[in-house]
Design a protein around this ligand. Structure first.
Ligand SMILES: NC(=O)c1ccc[n+]([C@@H]2O[C@H](COP(=O)([O-])OP(=O)(O)OC[C@H]3O[C@@H](n4cnc5c(N)ncnc54)[C@H](O)[C@@H]3O)[C@@H](O)[C@H]2O)c1
Length: 341
């Protein structure tokens, strides 16, 4: 009998929360550290594999495999199975995004954990925007405009407030203003969140704009954006081409992940030869000190993200470690005795 046991810790969403996932300060630290590790070459993060259904070009639901290995003091492998469904968005009580994360021991490749990744996605996505905002926001930024009051919009409020302490007020815009009102209510007394259905006027006042919507066409017009603002696009289609093209500083999380999805802003601009990778600084390069973020108060900074699996794995590993310490979760065995070995 081997001393190695194929024991899996199963963490449902409630367990992941109990283990500390909603601590945005902690998630920001893990996210920035992961970007730094990527910049320093301690992470293997292959491009995600996209499976659109019923077909890749006309998907209404999709699943995406996002594997990564993190070395250093983390030393874990894993992947997120990230999924989104347009159908779910039309149903009450069903999340648009539904994700799971698995972690594996890199030596034995035995699985260590399976957990809900839905809220991990929300926390780490907003934390990635927080890291981008830390490097790109103007020192005098006071007003933020967040567009999209869904799952990511909710965590975006705390990520931006933690990452950019100079922000005094946040306009939270959504086509469905009731969703923004609910989130503003949740943060009442902690942060000054102003719900709005008028993205144009909120954007015109903003020093920092973050878009996190399900829009499939660009709505943020270059003419609405202050010349020295910071714009962070979290979904694939939200900003006008011109806004990215005219930015003094262009940032991204991962070039290949941003340009491989057909029809998206970066895919289109890359195919037209209007952007190339060397025009951008990546969040890993910023976190590792290899390229600068904002260098003057006059610059227009635009950063696009698609999500990097390594950050999910790093956050999931942190949650797994905390859950083990606190005795949270349910233990499962992959087998009692493996057959045919
Ligand atoms: N970059 C990343 O790492 C990453 C990770 C996860 C999700 N995302 C993307 O973030 C987006 C939001 O995801 P979610 O889970 O919060 O979705 P959600 O359905 O919970 O929320 C999206 C919100 O956007 C609003 N919206 C749509 N079009 C709008 C418009 N033109 N103006 C204002 N509001 C508009 C909707 O009313 C909805 O409230 C998705 O496009 C998703 O693909 C990005």
């Amino acid at each position: 009998m081997s001393q190695y046991k194929p024991e899996i810790l199963f963490l449902k969403q409630e367990d992941v929360i109990k283990a500390g996932l909603l601590d945005m300060k902690m998630i920001l630290e893990v996210t920035e550290k992961t970007f730094k590790m990527i910049g320093e070459g301690q992470v293997i993060n292959p491009t995600k594999v996209f499976l659109g259904m019923p077909d890749n070009d006309n998907w209404t639901s999709y699943c995406m495999s996002m594997p990564a290995y993190l070395g250093g003091d983390i030393d874990v492998a894993g992947f997120k199975w990230a999924a989104e469904s347009v159908f779910n968005a039309t149903q009450p009580g069903m999340p648009y995004g539904v994700d799971i994360v698995t972690l594996s021991d890199p030596k034995t490749v035995y699985p260590k954990a399976i957990m809900d990744g839905t809220l991990i996605t929300a926390m780490r996505t907003s934390a990635a925007a927080g890291v981008a905002a830390k490097y790109y926001a103007s020192k005098s930024a006071k007003t933020a405009c967040l567009v999209g009051a869904g799952v990511i919009g909710r965590t975006m409020v705390s990520a931006i407030m933690e990452a950019v302490p100079s922000i005094e007020q946040i306009y939270l815009c959504d086509l469905d203003v009731a969703k923004a009102e609910d989130i503003a209510q949740e943060y009442a007394g902690k942060y000054n969140v102003i719900p709005s259905s008028d993205t144009e006027s909120a954007a015109k006042q903003a020093d920092l704009i973050v878009t996190e919507t399900t829009s499939r066409k660009p709505f943020l017009k270059a003419a609405w954006v202050k010349p020295n603002a910071t714009v962070i696009q979290m979904a694939a289609y939200e900003i006008e081409d011109e806004l990215l093209l005219k930015a003094d500083k262009k940032g991204l999380d991962n070039w290949s992940q941003l340009t491989h999805l057909p029809g998206t802003l970066m895919n289109k601009l890359a195919a037209e030869g209007k952007i190339t990778e060397d025009m951008f600084a990546s969040l890993p390069q910023l976190a590792a000190g290899q390229k600068p973020g904002r260098e003057s108060e006059d610059e227009l900074c635009v950063c696009c993200t698609a999500g990097v699996g390594a950050v999910d794995i790093a956050v999931a590993h942190k949650i797994y470690t905390e859950a083990c310490k606190k005795g949270i979760g349910q233990k499962l065995m992959l087998w009692d005795n493996p057959l045919w070995v």
